[in-house]
Each structure stands twice: as structure tokens, then as C-alpha cells.
Design a protein around this ligand. Structure first.
Ligand SMILES: [Zn+2]
Length: 413
């Protein structure tokens, strides 16, 4: 027994040595990395910065254009093996003189904000890159769906910031007391940036139309879906201003958090999760609107993931799923089963509510599914919504600008 253990541990040591040897021989960057960085204590943390990165990010006016906030360093002569000749550190800054005599100066807080530790990177991601998303199921909806005043969003940066932060965190946030006009939504959009124009227009009117170009313009049940999955550059957020709500029964909105559903499927139905994240489907929209004909196609899975396995986009629409199935024939039936499961879970975990006149329901169109129960118009009461799309690029950009303005984050740039 003892001998066996010894043999095993000697084998282990050999294996470790070989691993390191291979890494050093075959992994050129690792070898360089071992010697080519500077470590310094900033606010109680030992933080390391590669020389090459420090030189690349020199903030002097020859290397970095101050008003354009952009790197202007000439990369055709850039030395990847750059080394410092001299390093001086004082209370607030680090000064490096490189072997060619060039001098760089860095603010220590600026460096810390860019440090390579997992904790600091996570902090930056949530503070500036994108706020952390919090998933929810239908029964939590009343708690997570915050209500914001139209006037406050228009007149206060803090009001605008709070609304956009909730919208990005939960994927939904409601605006109340919007004036009863078809242009009221424009002022909200302008506070963020500008709309995403699609073949349905800069804005669109959701109202019952019998010979419609889109089934959303019918009063029958509208199955849960995301809007315009057939766009490669899919509109990020959907703003729906309720101008006239139906007084009849029905017309309730349904909303579900596609990220919550994805987590649930990943945990409980791994085979279906694989199908929904891997099998590409062809989303399509073909028709004419305002005398412009269109033929949009885009192929993507229902649940799109990034390389870390995080959900980036949900695509789901029964009417806008084309009949061309780009996968193999044996994938069809299992994929349909996964598709049915996805729809059923979105219903099971959905929130049901009815927007009021003056509400603007804002939601993340690449995360949430929405739908509506059937309703009936009558002569003096015709349900009418005005909608507009805004992309996440614009929303995140506005959020970052506001965060800096309101909280004077000076280490950001
Ligand atoms: Zn420089």
C-alpha cells in the first residue's frame, strides 16, 4: 500500500514537471509573462501590470489624444518586449521611464480600476460595462417592476438613470402619467438617444387591423414572443405607450423573463437546453409595410450564449419562425419538443397584468417574452398603443454617461 502510494506520488510529480515544461516550451506568452510585469501595492492590494500593457496605455499626449480620449501611439514601431529603465512611485502616481527614454505617468486609482484581478475586473464590469442582471419569475413581478414618473424622467438625470438602471437589471420598468399624445414617447426616447428604425417605421401603432402586415395588429390572442428576431441587429428594448386600453375583458399583457427560463431549463432539462442553445432556427418576416416590401431572414438559436455560457439574446416567435429548418432531419422532432417546453415554461413563469392609459411599458426585447390576451374593440373604445424601439448600445451609453455625471467617477476614462 505504502509503495503504491509512493509510486503514485512520484508519477504525479513527473506529470507536474512535464506540464510546466510543456507550458514553458510551447506557450510562448506564458514564458514572457513570468518576467514582464510590474507588481505594486495600491490601497492594500498587490496588483500586477504587464510592461507591454503599461506602455500601450501610456497616457502622455504623444500616446493618447486627450480630447478624443483615444490611443494615438504608433503601433508600427511598438516594441512587445518593452522594459522600464526606471520606476518611481509616489503617493498618487507611478512614473515609468522606458529603455528608449520615453516617460509614462499613471494615476494609481486609474491603474487599480484597470487591474487584472478577477475581483477588480468584476467590479468594473458591473460599475461601468453592464449592470448585473437579476432574474425573476412571474410571482415576483410586482416587486421587481418599478414605476417611474414621466415628468421625472424628462426633467431629472437621476430619474432617467434610475429608470434605465432598473430596465437593464430586471429587463422591465414602467413609466406612469405619460401625456395622452402620440408624440409623448418621443421625449423619452430623446432623453436616451434615438430610436431604432425598422421596416415598421420609426414608431409603430399597435391597433386592430384586419388585413394586417403583422399578427401583433390583431385583437386575438398574441402568443408570447420577442419582437423582430429576424433582425441580425435586433431592436434591444421595446417601449409601448398605452394611449387607449380596452374596456372589454381581456387585453392583459403577459411578460416572462427569458433568462430565468433559460436558467430553469439548464438546471432541469439539460438535453433540451442543448437543443435550444445550439440548433439554429430561421426567423423570418416577409411582406409590405407603407408600400415598402421586405424579406428579412436571420438564423440563430432560441437561447444565444456567449463564450462564458451567459445568455446574450433570446429569440422566440411562432409567427416569425420560418418553415426552413436549417438543421438535420433527425433534430426536428427533439427540437420541437424543446420548443414546446420553452413556451410552456414561459407561460408558467409569466406575469399577467394590464397596462393603464398613460403607462409606457419598457422592456428588454432580447431577454423578455411578451404576449397579450385576446380582447374586443367596440365603436367608442379602440385599444391603441404607440411603440418605439431603442437599442441597448444607446441605453448602456446613456447609463454610463449619467453614472459619471451623477457620481463623478473620474477613473473611468
Ligand atoms: Zn507616452
Amino acid at each position: 500500500m505504502f509503495v503504491l502510494n509512493r509510486v503514485q506520488s512520484i508519477n504525479n510529480i513527473f506529470r507536474q514537471v512535464n506540464l510546466i515544461k510543456n507550458a514553458l516550451e510551447n506557450n510562448y506568452p506564458l514564458k514572457r509573462w513570468l518576467h514582464d510585469h510590474l507588481t505594486l501595492a495600491i490601497l492594500g492590494e498587490n496588483l500586477s501590470f504587464p510592461y507591454v500593457w503599461l506602455r500601450d496605455n501610456c497616457q502622455c499626449e504623444m500616446c493618447f489624444h486627450q480630447s478624443a480620449r483615444s490611443r494615438i501611439l504608433d503601433w508600427s514601431n511598438f516594441d512587445l518586449d518593452v522594459k522600464p529603465r526606471d520606476v518611481v512611485r509616489d503617493e498618487n502616481s507611478l512614473q515609468v521611464t522606458w529603455t528608449d527614454g520615453h516617460k509614462s505617468k499613471f494615476d494609481l486609482n486609474w491603474l487599480k480600476f484597470r487591474s487584472f484581478t478577477a475581483d477588480n475586473q468584476q467590479r468594473y464590469n458591473e460599475a461601468i460595462y453592464k449592470p448585473k442582471k437579476i432574474t425573476w419569475s412571474g410571482e415576483q413581478f410586482q416587486k421587481i417592476c418599478t414605476k417611474h414618473e414621466y415628468d421625472e424622467i424628462l426633467n431629472s438625470d437621476k430619474g432617467l438613470y434610475n429608470w434605465l438602471l432598473k430596465l437593464s437589471t430586471y429587463g422591465v420598468a414602467l413609466i406612469q402619467n405619460t401625456p395622452n399624445s402620440e408624440t409623448a414617447i418621443d421625449s423619452i426616447v430623446e432623453r436616451i438617444g434615438f430610436t431604432k428604425r425598422t421596416h415598421y417605421g420609426v414608431k409603430f401603432i399597435v391597433q386592430h387591423v384586419a388585413n394586417t402586415s403583422n399578427v401583433a395588429y390583431l385583437s386575438s390572442n398574441l402568443q408570447m414572443h420577442t419582437d423582430l428576431p429576424y433582425y441580425e441587429y435586433c431592436p434591444g428594448a421595446n417601449l409601448l405607450h398605452c394611449l387607449v386600453q380596452t374596456k372589454s375583458l381581456g387585453g392583459e399583457n403577459l411578460l416572462s423573463d427569458g433568462h430565468f427560463i433559460a436558467e430553469h431549463i439548464k438546471e432541469n432539462y439539460p438535453d433540451q437546453y442543448k437543443l435550444l442553445t445550439e440548433v439554429e432556427v430561421e426567423w423570418s418576416d416577409i411582406g409590405t409595410e407603407d408600400k415598402n416590401d421586405f424579406f428579412k431572414l436571420y438564423r440563430a438559436p432560441v437561447i444565444c450564449l456567449d463564450k462564458h455560457g451567459a445568455v446574450t439574446r433570446i429569440n422566440f416567435s411562432i409567427p416569425q419562425r420560418g418553415s426552413h429548418f436549417p438543421g438535420t432531419i433527425d433534430m426536428v422532432k427533439p427540437w420541437y419538443e424543446a420548443h414546446r417546453l420553452f413556451l410552456a415554461l414561459n407561460h408558467r413563469f409569466s406575469a399577467k397584468f394590464k397596462t393603464k392609459e398613460g403607462d409606457i411599458l419598457a422592456f428588454d426585447n432580447i431577454r423578455l417574452l411578451h404576449g397579450r390576451n385576446a380582447y374586443e374593440d367596440n365603436n367608442d373604445n379602440v385599444r391603441k398603443l404607440i411603440g418605439a424601439y431603442v437599442d441597448w448600445d444607446e441605453i448602456y451609453s446613456r447609463l454610463r454617461c449619467l453614472k459619471i455625471k451623477l457620481k463623478s467617477e473620474d477613473t473611468v476614462y
